[in-house]
Design a protein around this ligand. Structure first.
Ligand code: F0G
Length: 436
């Protein structure tokens, strides 16, 4: 369907044909974007997702429901594990506490437990189409877990570079169980990315980090789903209808989207998704893209607040939110553009604030997330208090990864089970002791 697309450099606008294996501009080194011929996109097919007339795409569900805006021809069959279609939760209790109309999009409910599956279904389908020898990535964990699973489905050799000692146990378990060749690199994520980029170039292996523009095409469907779910009222929980009046002329979007930022691919992808909906005339506005980083790994926040055009890499990034323990985010130029041009914001949060938000999400709303994901709520809280986020804004926080990804951290911040003898008397005594 979407034959009409090319790769375009975000800096010098040089264009490249779609079947070239390229991650950055050959002329200036800039990042690449997938550009469609938007006037040729079948908007009715996408719009048919709304309302009673379910289009033939909509029946597919998930990421591939939006195939009109994915870089493949009609005859390509996707490598899929049933990714996407994640619930959008209305969070009344936590929202009231924060003073906003809060929704959480739980990307941790993707098959491998993170939003990476959206990118990988597109990235690995593209890898097969291009006929590469294998796939590879550097990862703080989730990317590797997802890639390992998709590579298994596609029967492709998979190479993974992880920063030694800094990957949560659940993620590591996934990568090794699904048969990736896993290497523990003596260095941090930024070192691992540098090494894997060179490895892929030299060995003709396909790089599936978020510098790969096709991966981001899958991740942009988070934006499409948010708009669709708000428009259809396909929201989990909450007693009342949304306060904002639905206009059937346009799909709905929230005032703001808040999400954790590591290598900065996801914020760039989601922004692109919202821009495309607007370009096609399906929506009227673009949510304020708001990126949250951990204090010890916040180069984008520093650049945003200083009004700088470029980031200064953080040399020794540190945070308990290991997923976003990244000092030199490769997609920083795209992310800064997304934040600035949507009138968004960037904020840093401490590890303690992240942990507090993780516990609040779990106990107020029943949403279990890993630490990095909780940074969105921690950041939102801080920005409401600072008056940067206005009260009564409608806000969607992206919960990027599942609680089970990092069981060790969860156990270390909660009360341990109380050991009791096997009798009701002993149990009641232990409960009574708790109340003192
Ligand atoms: N949240 C989680 C749970 C992540 O795993 C990541 C990134 C992010 C947020 C940040 O997303 O990089 O697009 O800004 N994890 C990558 C990985 C780096 O290797 O799994 P980003």
């Amino acid at each position: 369907m979407t034959e009409a697309y090319e790769l375009e450099c975000i800096k010098c606008k040089e264009r490249y044909p779609k079947d070239e294996i390229l991650y950055v501009c050959r002329r200036c080194g800039g990042l690449l974007d997938v550009k469609y011929n938007y006037s040729a996109v079948n908007v009715d097919e996408i719009d048919a997702c709304v309302g009673k007339s379910v289009g033939k795409r909509a029946a597919l569900g998930g990421v591939w429901r939006f195939r009109e805006l994915l870089p493949f021809s009609e005859d390509v069959s996707p490598v899929s594990i049933g990714e996407g279609n994640t619930p959008l939760y209305r969070c009344e209790r936590l929202g009231k506490k924060l003073g906003v109309e809060l929704f959480v999009k739980h990307e941790g409910l993707n098959p491998t437990g993170s939003f990476k599956d959206r990118g990988m279904t597109v990235g690995v389908t593209k890898a097969l189409e291009l006929g590469v020898r294998g796939v590879a990535c550097a990862s703080t964990g989730n990317t590797s877990a997802s890639l390992a699973v998709f590579a298994a489905r596609a029967s492709l050799p998979c190479y993974v570079l992880l920063p030694k000692g800094k990957v949560a146990l659940g993620k590591l378990a996934q990568a090794i169980m699904h048969g990736a060749k896993v290497f523990s690199l003596q260095g941090n994520f930024d070192d691992a990315l540098r090494v894997v980029v060179e490895f892929c170039e030299q060995e003709n292996v396909y790089l599936l980090n978020s510098v790969n523009p096709f991966r981001l095409e899958g991740q942009k469907t988070i934006a499409f789903e948010i708009a669709l779910q708000l428009t259809l009222g396909d929201v989990v929980g909450g007693s009342s209808e949304r306060s904002v009046q639905k206009s059937r002329d346009y799909w709905e979007v929230p005032d703001r989207v808040v999400l954790p930022v590591g290598n900065a691919g996801n914020i760039s992808a989601i922004f692109k998704g919202f821009v495309e909906l607007k370009t096609l005339g399906l929506t009227e506005s673009i949510p304020k893209m708001t990126g949250i980083q951990a204090e010890g790994a916040a180069p984008i926040v520093h650049a945003f607040k200083a009004g700088a055009e470029e980031i200064t890499p953080v040399e020794h990034p540190e945070t308990i939110a290991t997923a976003i323990r990244i000092g030199n985010p490769v997609n920083a130029p795209k992310a800064l553009h997304a934040i600035k041009s949507s009138d968004g914001y960037a904020e840093a949060v401490s590890d303690a604030e992240i942990t507090a938000a993780q516990i609040e999400l779990a106990r107020y709303e029943g949403i279990g997330v890993e630490p990095a994901s909780a940074s969105s709520v921690a950041g939102l809280k801080k920005l409401v208090e600072a008056g940067i986020v206005e009260r009564d804004e409608s806000v969607v926080c992206i919960a990027t990864g599942n609680l089970l990804k990092d069981p060790e951290r969860a156990v270390s911040v909660c009360e341990m089970p109380i050991e009791v003898p096997a009798s009701v008397e002993a149990l009641k005594k232990a409960i009574a002791a708790q109340h003192h």
